[in-house]
Design a protein around this ligand. Structure first.
Ligand SMILES: C[S@@+](CC[C@H](N)C(=O)[O-])C[C@H]1O[C@@H](n2cnc3c(N)ncnc32)[C@H](O)[C@@H]1O
Length: 234
């Protein structure tokens, strides 16, 4: 997918910003990390993490079988559990979240590169299921603006649709989409701004990155945000 190569900086900075939020929450005392649709993510092997930290990866059985076959000889730095599950099975995921949420005091949830494949209704329902368990406290997620969603649909959408994974979610409300579903954004980082600081942008985008950025809805502007959400208490 050539277009993906052109936006390499965006995938790299997404990873970096997730790493930073995760490291920050772990330093602040998170005792569990739950990575939903973890894919081939290797953070429990490559990050510096406390050995007692519980790290749970959830993904489809075939994906996790493949991943385990590759990582067979590697050792994670913390306590790693893999859960083979179809996250669209609402009863099964609620049971899993309930079990994990009773065990953890201060869990961090991660969804990286997942929500864009869901409808707004599906994202809202997932957010509400994640807000329920007592021990689930923070959530790091990435979202696209409506403008970026359209750009990605144009550039890579056809191939993804053919693969049965159309791009769907780019909420006009931005990070505030999650407010009625139990989550409040406490920090939002732009991969574009982070890439400019890291000197990873092509020239034209460097100019674009100098424009001031509002923290509200982004509309047609191609924008993505890596968001640290905190569970609302009322
Ligand atoms: C775009 S990848 C993101 C992977 C990883 N989080 C990352 O950022 O590299 C999406 C992941 O969602 C997983 N997935 C898709 N549908 C799923 C479902 N119904 N239940 C659980 N995982 C699912 C896929 O197997 C894949 O690993």
């Amino acid at each position: 997918m050539r277009a993906h190569d052109r936006y390499e900086w965006a995938w790299v900075m997404r990873t970096v910003l997730f790493d930073r939020f995760i490291a920050g929450r772990v330093a602040a005392g998170a005792d569990m990390v739950v990575n939903l649709a973890a894919g081939l993510d290797a953070r429990p092997y490559r990050m510096e993490l406390p050995p007692a930290l519980e790290w749970i990866e959830v993904d489809l059985p075939a994906l996790l079988d493949y991943k385990e076959s590759i990582l067979r000889d590697e050792k994670p730095v913390c306590a790693l559990e893999r859960v083979r599950m179809d996250l669209s099975d609402v009863a099964a995921r609620r049971e899993l979240f309930g079990r994990l949420g009773r065990k953890a005091r201060n869990a961090l949830l991660i969804t990286e590169g997942l929500l864009i494949y869901l409808t707004a209704e599906e994202v809202g329902a997932l957010a509400e299921d994640l807000a329920r368990p007592e021990g689930f406290r923070h959530w790091v997620l990435d979202i696209a603006s409506p403008g970026l969603l359209r750009l990605l649909q144009r550039e890579v959408g056809v191939a993804l649709e053919q693969a049965g994974a159309p791009l769907k979610f780019g909420p006009p409300e931005g990070p505030k989409f999650f407010e009625p579903h139990g989550w409040h954004p406490v920090a939002v980082e732009s991969p574009l701004k982070a890439a400019a600081r890291a000197k990873r942008l092509p020239f034209l985008l460097r100019l674009f990155a100098m424009l001031p950025e509002s923290s509200g809805p982004q509309g047609n502007r191609p924008w993505s945000g890596i968001c640290l959400m905190e569970k609302k208490t009322t």
